[in-house]
Structure formats: C-alpha cells, structure tokens
Design a protein around this ligand. Structure first.
Ligand code: GLU
Length: 480
C-alpha cells in the first residue's frame, strides 16, 4: 500500500477555496464580492434519534448551502461514514460553480448523513432516511422552490423516492411537491436517463474534448477516443456508466478498474458489464473475476501507464504523495474533488491536462435540472410533439417515394435510414440530446478561456473563471 501524504495538505474545503482563489486573480471582483461568493452561506447540522433494533440510535446529518444567488439551491445527499462538515461545505461550493458552468439555474448546496448504508436493512434505511428528510423539510432545506437534493455517494433512486414521499406527506396541498428532490425513479416522478446521466456526461464531455485536436495535443495525445487506454477508479454509478459507454460505444479500452478491495487489469480491455455483474454477485469484491488479473493494491492503479485516468470515487485520492507518480497525460475528474490542490500543482507542472470535476461530472445535475422542470410543468418531455414530428417525417418520406415512382427514378430509401428518420424523439432521446448540448456548450466556454485568455494555464482555472464570472454577474444584477 502507498502511504498517505506526509505533508499536511489543506482540507477539501480549503482546497476548493484555493482553486477559487487562483481563478479570482484573473477576475475584476471587488474584495467584498469575492468573499461573498467564496464563503458558504450556512451549514445546518442535525442529530436525530431513530428507534432501531430495540434501542435509540443517534445519527448526524448536514445540509450546507453555499450560495443562494439563484434559488432553489441544488446538490446531492451523501450517505457515508466519512461525511463531515468540511466535506459537505466543499461539495456545496463545487455545486455552485458546477451549476453556473453548465447553466443550470441553481445555487449550490450539499447534504450528508454519517452512516454506513450497508449496515442497515432496507426498512431501517427507509426509517432513517425519512427521519433525516423530516428534519430538513421542516426547515425548508428540502423544498421545490428553495432546496432540491439529489442522489450522491451511497444514495440513489430508492432514497429519493422516500424523500419525495416524505415531503408530499408533510405538504399535502403542494402541487409541485414532486419537484422537491431529483433522481427519483421514473414511476415516482423521475425522468428517463437520470441514473446514467453523470456517466453519459463524462462520455459527451470527452467526445467534445476530442473534437478539438489542438486541445488533445496539449495532453500529448492525438486522434479520437477509439483505442484509447483508460483506467477507471471506482465502479459505482458514475464510473460504471462512463466505463460502459466509452468502451461499448466509443471504442475505448478500459484497461484497469480499481475498487474497494483492489484492481483488475486487462490490457485488451475489460468487459464492464461482466465486471459489474461479478461485483454484484460477490458483495463488491473484484477477487475471482475471470476477465482480468487481480492485484490487491488498488491505489497503485492510479499510477498505471494509460492515456486517460478517470477517478470516479472519492475526493482526495490523488494527493501530494502520489501525484508525481501519475503517468496518465489526461485526467478526467468524474468524482468531486479527486485531486487535491497540492496534487493539482504537481500535475500541472508535469503538463498533465485535467478535465475538472466542475465540468466532467456535471451531467448529473444537468439531467436533475430537466427532471425538476418536468415536475414543475407536470408533463413528460416529448408528449405533445413526438407523434407530430413522426407525421411530418412520414409525409416527407412518402412524397420522396411518390416522386421516385412517378419519375421512374428507382430510388429506394435505406430501411434503417427510414426507421431512424421516422422515429420521433421520446423522453430518453430528448434528455440525452439536452445533455449533449449542455456538455458541448460548457466545454466550449471553458476552452475559449483556456486557449485565449492570457495567463490561464489550465482547464480548471478556466472552468472557475467562467463559473465565477456568471455568479458575480447574478450578484451584480441584484445590486450587490
Ligand atoms: N450529487 C450530484 C453531484 O455531485 C448530483 C447533484 C444533483 O443532481 O443535484 O453533482
């Protein structure tokens, strides 16, 4: 095992603030406004008891609001034993900048509950989740117009459905109750494509990066995603979908996947679906997977030679003690904050290109935004247009076929073209299209600053500059 850093590193929260400060140097903010944007507005801590297994168990939870320049504020709720105030505040700040970068009209927030979800059965978890939600709802820290949580590490559709139901029970006449939380299952007011959204966003973001040969060259790479060798750390919701889509649809080779108990390596490329099934059948253990070679030292996977490294688990996994040994020329931060401020500096000096978390994992909140809008409009996307779109396409196809027959041209439309052309867009297709557009637009705004603004060295600073400028503009328009 590799040692944790010996030097004292700033906390996660401080790390985000230091990254913010690097960007603020390029902006013309008054010191007052700079501080107002940087600080976390409030953090609510709650300790509540739940009667479980014959005794009262006390749990500690947080909901932090970083910035209310736009409301509602948005951000996930994490269930993990490592949750603490510093972490929740750092994640809330990242949400502010992330939403600004992808133009999701929200302020930033984040919540967390100190709990190991694997220690409790489903019914117990439901009691705990509902009780935590009750505490937050009571204080408008869950509310369709003020604060809208979503899934994060350790939570998913199931927990979001409980939270939505808890809110509805406590606000029986709120017609917009469903919009109080996103990431719900489709049958409980969710939207298609939310579960895959963050991984899909990673794919769309990388595709856009590879559309700009000059940017690709800055990472000492060339060509397209096809054949690129990728190492993924963490096969949770984000890592799994990103690895699956990149390998199945873009020709990339996932040569290693690191998880809790080690790493599996296969230079020819891992079968991600098979690996996911293996993990599900073996309580999350990689051991015994037939499609690759297993090693115990998972952290060492970060240091493997590859084209693209995708940390998709926890914050702080690339730190000052291992940064110098990273061999990937391109890192995409699918997790929030996987690279510490100190490590970021080391990697930058080595010329590594980092596609930052603000952008790279913004697919989740982007589709959350679509879900929230769907809930407020009370209608599924595409319901009004889909068949009308199909009817118009059919008119065109029939007219072409009639012309061909009339004039004896002998044209026939290819069967698959006809099918694709005739098919109107359903909700999933529309969500993916909106996400693709969002990721491409956000990348372009970031690369513009990266490539053209004097003194800007890296994509992270560029991302913060774009985001903070937008937040500042909102504050100014409010007269602050
Ligand atoms: N927890 C996710 C994130 O870190 C999603 C947040 C959301 O959808 O509101 O971006």
């Amino acid at each position: 095992m590799h040692m944790k850093p010996m030097t004292v590193e700033p906390s996660f929260r401080e790390s985000v603030d230091l990254m913010f400060a690097r960007a603020a140097r390029h902006l013309n903010l008054t010191p007052g406004l700079e501080e107002k944007i940087r600080v976390c507005n409030s953090t609510y801590t709650v300790r509540f008891g739940v009667r479980l297994r014959g005794e009262i168990k006390t749990f500690t939870g947080y909901r932090s609001v970083h910035s209310e320049h736009m409301e509602p504020v948005k951000g996930g709720i994490r269930f993990a034993t490592s949750v603490n105030q510093d972490e929740v505040e750092a994640l809330a700040a990242l949400m502010t900048y992330k939403c600004a970068l992808v133009e999701a009209p929200f302020g930033g927030s984040k919540g967390g509950l100190c709990i190991d979800p694997r220690e409790w059965d489903e019914h117990e978890l439901e009691q705990i989740t509902r009780r935590f939600a009750y505490e937050l709802i009571k204080r408008d820290l869950i509310h369709p117009a003020q604060n809208v949580p979503a899934p994060d590490m350790g939570t998913g559709e199931r927990e979001m459905a409980w939270i939505a139901d808890q809110y509805a029970r406590m606000n029986t006449t709120d017609i917009n109750a469903k919009a109080c939380v996103t990431g719900k299952p489709p049958h409980a007011g969710g939207i298609r494509g939310r579960v895959e959204a963050t991984g899909r966003g990673v794919q769309f973001g990388l595709r856009e990066f590879f559309r700009h040969p000059g940017d690709v060259a800055r990472a000492n790479l060339s060509g397209t995603l096809d054949g690129k060798r990728i190492v993924v750390q963490g096969l949770g919701n984000v890592g799994y979908h990103a690895a699956k889509f990149l390998s199945e649809e873009d020709g990339a080779r996932i040569i290693a996947v690191a998880e809790r108990d080690g790493v599996v390596v296969n230079d020819k490329g891992l079968d991600i679906e098979a690996l996911k099934q293996h993990l599900a059948a073996n309580r999350g253990s990689l051991r015994g997977f037939a499609g690759g070679t297993y090693h115990e030292d998972g952290a060492a996977a970060l240091e493997l030679a590859c084209d693209i490294l995708i940390p998709a688990a926890m914050e702080g996994v690339i730190h000052t003690a291992n940064a110098a040994r990273i061999r990937a020329p391109l890192i995409l931060e699918a997790a929030n904050g996987p690279i510490t401020f100190g490590a970021d500096e080391i990697l930058r000096r080595k010329g590594v290109v980092i596609i930052p978390d603000l952008f790279a994992n913004a697919g989740g909140v982007t589709v959350s935004y679509f879900e929230w809008v769907k809930n407020l409009s009370h209608i599924r996307f595409g319901r009004m247009q889909r068949r009308a779109e199909e009817a118009r396409s059919r008119l065109l196809v029939e007219e072409l076929e009639r012309l061909s027959a009339d004039k004896n041209l002998g044209w026939t439309l290819a069967a698959d073209f006809k099918q694709n052309f005739l098919e109107g867009s359903d909700e999933l297709a529309l969500v993916r299209s909106g996400l693709d557009d969002t990721m491409r637009t956000a990348y372009q705004s970031m690369r513009e600053v990266w490539n053209h603004r004097p003194g800007v060295e890296d994509l992270r600073v560029a991302a913060y500059i774009v985001a903070v400028e937008r937040v500042a503009a909102t504050y100014r328009s409010k007269g602050l």
